[in-house]
Design a protein around this ligand. Structure first.
Ligand SMILES: [Zn+2]
Ligand SMILES: [Zn+2]
Length: 76
């Protein structure tokens, strides 16, 4: 799988991870490895407090969206 963000910039980079939110491939420059709220099931996504504190991979646009929605404890 190729990095979706790199593809948008016209680059061809192999993905090293998959965003848990949108399922797109991300390279190491475009992935964010952070503790996120826990997801359960499919859409609509239900967010629950993350008791396990597992670091998950999200892509940059999804990370921005999560921050905007105040889902990261350290931001809000
Ligand atoms: Zn990339
Ligand atoms: Zn994503």
């Amino acid at each position: 799988m190729k990095c979706y963000e790199c593809a948008r910039e016209g680059k061809d980079t192999d993905a090293v991870g998959i965003c848990i939110v949108c399922g797109r491939g991300v390279c190491k420059e475009h992935l964010i490895h952070e503790e996120t709220p826990a997801w359960e099931g499919d859409y609509p996504i239900e967010l629950k407090p993350d008791k396990e504190h597992i670091k998950r991979i999200v892509c940059v646009p999804c990370h921005e969206a999560l921050k905007e929605n105040c889902l990261f404890n350290e931001v809000c």
